[in-house]
Design a protein around this ligand. Sequence first.
Ligand SMILES: [Zn+2]
Length: 59
Amino acid sequence: MHDFVRPKLEPTVEKPSASEIERMVVSDDECTATDGCPVEPDGYCPHGYPSWLLHLGIM
Ligand SMILES: [Zn+2]
């Protein structure tokens, strides 16, 4: 079952710096979720936290 409407969880880690965000944008497979887990740039970690790119509206 795919549930694309998820409640928005508050980030549990510090927001990455601009250069870290930029690296996530240019690198296809190095992205972290808002709780610090490694995720796909347009994905969610197993705990339901979105990638920073999703959270910031970049993806
Ligand atoms: Zn997680």
